[in-house]
Design a protein around this ligand. Structure first.
Ligand SMILES: C[S@@+](CC[C@H](N)C(=O)[O-])C[C@H]1O[C@@H](n2cnc3c(N)ncnc32)[C@H](O)[C@@H]1O
Length: 214
């Protein structure tokens, strides 16, 4: 993204989340103007869940940076009791409007802040493209806070784009991760148990699916 566009959207390294609220508050239930809103579960997540049908029976799940809410609804369909959060309160309003009959708890929360009541609380945590939506200097805290949500024996599924070159504020958003994100999650007592990087990338990187277990 060029500097002019960044300025227009209000993207600043030291104010990393304000622009999401601006984007969603100007959007609607069709996701107009939200670049990542495909109004369906992410295809890589859909591929994975289709191979793991009904794994959610009796289990809890948390969706990080849930956006328009489709991934949360897919987890609910697969039996999970789902909580889904986004930093943008307007995104949460749109999720509730789009899925009025759902039992998913859609809630506003900020991943940059610790959320003690969710400490190791969820059997399944889903992270798609949230870490790469924030400037590189926040990577460690985002990874630490995501890892913290995973219950003992619980799992974390990460879908992210990865680049070989060093991450740099000038080159985003999105700020594609480096492969070292895997070691970072592992440093928080999670073990990589499934990994694929053979999906088609739309961001000139490698599209990864990584499943971790505590
Ligand atoms: C690139 S979008 C991806 C949305 C969704 N996961 C998807 O795949 O369609 C990143 C999402 O993370 C949310 N987000 C950004 N920073 C966040 C934060 N600090 N805490 C919670 N959500 C955040 C944004 O509002 C946005 O909905």
């Amino acid at each position: 993204m060029d500097e002019q566009m960044k300025k227009q959207l209000g993207i600043e390294e030291n104010k990393p989340v304000d622009w999401f609220e601006t984007l969603y508050s100007e959007s609607n239930e069709k996701g107009n103007g939200v670049p990542w809103a495909n109004m369906a579960p992410h295809p890589v997540f859909q591929y994975w869940i289709d191979k793991n049908l009904n794994i959610g029976t009796g289990k809890t799940a948390l969706v990080v940076g849930c956006g328009m809410g489709d991934d949360a609804i897919e987890l609910e369909k697969n039996g999970f009791k789902v909580t889904a959060f986004d930093v943008s309160s307007s995104a949460i309003v749109l999720c509730k409007k789009r899925f009025p009959d759902s039992k998913v708890t859609f809630v506003q929360a900020d991943l940059l802040k610790e959320i003690p009541e969710w400490h190791q609380k969820f059997d399944f945590v889903l992270e798609i493209f949230t870490i790469q939506a924030l400037p590189p200097k926040y990577e460690d805290i985002l990874i630490k806070n995501i890892a913290d949500f995973v219950a003992p024996n619980g799992q974390l599924l990460v879908v992210t784009e990865v680049q070989k070159s060093e991450r740099d504020f000038q080159n985003g958003p999105p700020w594609l991760l480096n492969e070292s994100y895997i070691k970072s999650f592992e440093s928080h007592e999670l073990k990589l148990i499934e990994h694929s990087n053979s999906f088609e990338s739309h961001m000139c990187g490698e599209l990864h699916l990584s499943l971790f277990q505590r």
